[in-house]
Design a protein around this ligand. Structure first.
Ligand code: CP3
Length: 336
């Protein structure tokens, strides 16, 4: 995170708290809904800490979800078992009237309490990472009201009503700055901005809907918290990565699994910390695929500032033993 190359690199995994862990499933069953789980500090703090206790990762990520932001703007959000998120969709610009201008911080208060609780129990040497969804990815869910493969509803909306869509993005920029600033005040040491759906946009739209809003968040956040450390994760952004990293001013760039780490190591600025990018399916498969995946990342990125991670979230079917093996492999590399 400070921009130095260390070996072995620090390691954590996206979605490291989750359904592949039996202890997660046990506490998940105690909450009436997934959102209530996120809003119950005792449970959310426990979920955050579980992977740290079991594996000793170098960082914990706050247990929550990106969709608490639309929820705190007054949009109806729920999670149906096995179906993913459901939101009351925004079908036309008139529907923006249903959203509030600013976040309802009384709704989000339990999240800041979770951060404070986690900080008390986290080992001193373990970093705590907060997060939010990038404006584009949030808009995708807010407009479609559910997961879609290509985000056609948000893309159509942006073509049909570019000015109104820009207003939505601007509002999401403002509230994300408020939300991340409060996470930092509660105790997180870095924040990650998840742009899961960055990869569906044509090149001409990418700058406007992905790069510019994230750049505005980084600038706004650093105005409030000088030196705030930000990890950008524009999934699927491929050849935009170089420009994205420079324009947004992020400290760390999360690489998805499709990115050749060798290309990234050669092409991206030397002072940019790279994070990633083992294929979650290689971790689920284990064996030779896991061994080769880790080895390729190390031969490409050794000598550069690097945080070892997956290229997307860990999959629920991942055997817990594979995570242990992966950590041994990552840490053993120091001796080689
Ligand atoms: O461990 C961690 O990484 C922290 C917790 C975390 C969750 N969601 C918990 C969660 C984080 C950082 C997220 C981010 C998130 N949420 C993203 C961006 C990252 C990504 O994965 O692309 C997105 C797009 C969402 C929205 C979301 N939340 C979806 C699409 C789903 C359903 C899909 C699924 O995996 O079930 C969720 C639910 C969700 N968020 C779960 C977890 C552990 C599973 C719900 C459950 O346990 O019942």
């Amino acid at each position: 995170m400070e921009g130095e190359a260390t070996f072995p690199p620090p390691v954590w995994l996206m979605r490291q708290a989750g359904r592949y862990l039996p202890e997660y499933l046990a506490i998940r069953a105690k909450a009436s809904s997934f959102l209530n789980f996120c809003y119950t500090p005792v449970l959310a703090a426990e979920a955050t800490l579980q992977p740290i206790r079991r594996f000793g990762f170098d960082a914990a990520i706050l247990f929550s979800d990106i969709l608490v932001v639309p929820d705190a703007l007054g949009q109806k959000v729920s999670f149906e078992q096995g179906e993913g998120p459901k939101l009351d969709p925004i079908v036309a610009p008139e529907d923006f009237a249903k959203l509030t201008e600013t976040l309802d911080f009384s709704r989000l208060a339990p999240i800041f309490e979770t951060i404070e609780r986690v900080k008390q129990d986290l080992p001193k040497e373990t970093a705590l990472i907060g997060f939010c969804g990038a404006p584009w990815t949030l808009a995708c869910y807010m407009i479609a009201g559910k997961s879609t493969p290509d985000q056609a509803p948000a893309r159509l909306f942006a073509y049909r009503y570019p000015d109104q869509f820009q207003h939505l993005i601007d509002r999401l920029v403002d509230v994300s700055i408020d939300y991340l600033a409060k996470q930092i005040e509660a105790g997180v040491e870095a924040v990650q901005i998840f742009d899961t759906w960055a990869g569906v946009l044509p090149a001409a739209e990418f700058e406007r809907w992905c790069t510019a809003p994230v750049a505005a968040i980084v600038t706004g956040l650093r105005r409030r918290h000088k030196g705030a450390r930000v990890i950008g994760f524009p999934k699927g952004a491929a050849l935009h990565l170089k420009d994205y990293a420079v324009r947004t001013g992020i400290n760390v760039l999360g690489l998805d699994s499709t990115i050749d780490p060798e290309w990234a190591g050669r092409t991206l600025e030397r002072n940019l910390v790279l994070q990633g990018n083992l294929d979650p399916l290689a971790l689920a498969a284990g064996g030779a695929a896991l061994e080769r995946g880790v080895g390729d990342i190390f031969s490409a990125l050794r000598g550069r500032p690097h945080i070892f991670n997956l290229g997307h979230g860990i999959l629920p079917q991942t055997p817990v033993d594979h995570v242990t093996l992966m950590l041994e492999r990552v840490r053993r590399s120091a001796a080689q």
